[in-house]
Design a protein around this ligand. Structure first.
Ligand code: AMP
Length: 384
């Protein structure tokens, strides 16, 4: 491990970020703060990251020309979302280092591989069956015997590509409504809470975890994260231990988000993993010694890991598009900006549509219950 690569001009590092969403934007901003340049490969999609980057490659992820350009500019690569073709990631690895590895991204980008990985490594997760047609669905429904969620194996996020079932339905009808494709049927978990742990691991195998975040969703999209999560110390340590085990078992290098269900008896089940910075880790920008974005860059640049210490309790509120009175008109930020300890982050997205993530706010304070009251009042004022 050498920190000498950090600033010398003759060794200028350029972090290549594959994906141009808000996570890429926050990675590029973290890079800039560290005196490191960035290049964003957008995949040809709308990309809020580009205005914060030094260079942009606005071509699809399967473009050979883009791969060549990316590898010529970037000295090291990372990903900001998991749905990138593995062939692209492997192509990048032939030229420069990539963090996390294509193998790790490959596990997390496909629910079937993800679940099998968890099972093989004795990590507690929701009971599941892989299904590919009406017959296998009928068998899986009989075996799981009750309510469940049918989820597409690949390209699902924020509850997309999911169908809740009660258990007594006709499998042929369920399959038709779901729309087919390889999928995983998961048993329904009557959880008490949802939490997540951000864990970072470097090439030396050193691991650090952040305090668990307690997450609340609105129509399957993260609404609010409360940190520290309102769970016992024992449950918090167990979740951190499991997140560390996962990172270890995957030989993971970089920042990884692990989402859990917490049952009534405090037992934990892993729901899913994100091989990148995660929405429930955004508070680390304002409330922790080192942000999740900087940790990702530290691993990629072979710098020492930063402290994950929580400097203040906080609540992170996602600023979803339905707070915008109009597609192009933001809400009135006066009360938010006047709230003691509130920090506003906007992603520069031009149009507010449905439940798009337009930004987030972190509210810092001593008492999360009071912060939740502030959050409720802010939300009510924007939604009225
Ligand atoms: P996912 O995209 O898998 O994270 O699912 C989105 C949300 O749906 C989760 O955060 C849960 O709130 C809910 N959910 C997903 N799977 C289950 C399950 N097996 N049992 C109960 N709720 C679930």
């Amino acid at each position: 491990m050498s920190a000498s690569v950090f600033f010398p001009l003759d060794k200028q590092q350029v972090v290549g970020v594959i994906g141009g969403g808000q996570l890429g934007r926050m990675l590029a901003l973290a890079a800039r703060r560290m005196g490191v340049r960035s290049v964003i490969w957008t995949g040809g999609l709308e990309a809020p990251a580009v205005e914060c980057a030094d260079e942009v490659i606005d071509l699809p992820f399967d473009s050979a020309e883009a791969l060549e350009q990316f590898c010529a500019i970037a000295t090291v690569a990372t990903v900001e979302f998991e749905n990138i073709p593995l062939k692209t990631l492997e192509g990048v690895r032939k030229c420069i280092g990539i963090f996390p590895s294509p193998e790790a991204v490959g596990i997390c980008q496909n629910r079937e591989r993800e679940k099998n990985f968890l099972k093989e490594n004795d990590i507690p997760c929701t009971e599941f069956r892989v299904v590919e047609d009406v017959d296998s669905l009928a068998k899986a429904m009989a075996e799981i015997g009750g309510a469940g969620v049918l989820k597409t194996a690949s390209f699902g996020y924020d509850g997309k590509g999911q169908l809740k079932i009660e258990g007594g339905e006709d499998p042929a009808d369920v399959w038709k409504r779901f729309g087919g494709g390889r999928a995983v049927l998961e048993a329904w978990v009557p959880f008490e809470k949802e939490i997540s742990v951000m864990v970072v691991r470097n090439s030396d195998g050193e691991i650090k975890t952040y305090d668990p975040a307690e997450n609340r969703h609105r129509e399957h999209v993260l609404d609010v994260s409360i940190i520290p999560a309102r769970i016992s110390e024992k449950t918090a340590s167990k979740a951190q231990e499991i997140a560390g085990q996962i990172a270890e078992a995957m030989d993971y290098q970089g920042i990884l988000g692990v989402e859990f269900f917490v049952n009534e008896d405090s037992s934990l089940l892993v729901n899913e993993m994100a091989p990148r910075p995660h929405n429930s880790g955004h508070h680390t920008l304002d409330a922790c010694a080192t942000s999740q974005f900087e940790q990702q860059l530290r691993v990629a640049l072979d710098l020492p890991l930063g402290s994950t210490k929580l400097l203040s309790p906080c609540v992170m509120l996602n600023l979803l598009a339905d707070f915008w009175p109009d597609e192009t008109e933001p809400p009135d930020w006066t009360s938010l900006l006047g709230t003691e300890g509130a920090v506003l982050h906007l992603y520069g997205k031009r149009r507010a549509k449905e439940l798009r993530k337009m930004g987030h706010a972190t509210l810092l304070g001593d008492d999360v219950e009071e912060l939740l009251t502030d959050v409720r009042m802010l939300k009510d004022s924007w939604l009225e």
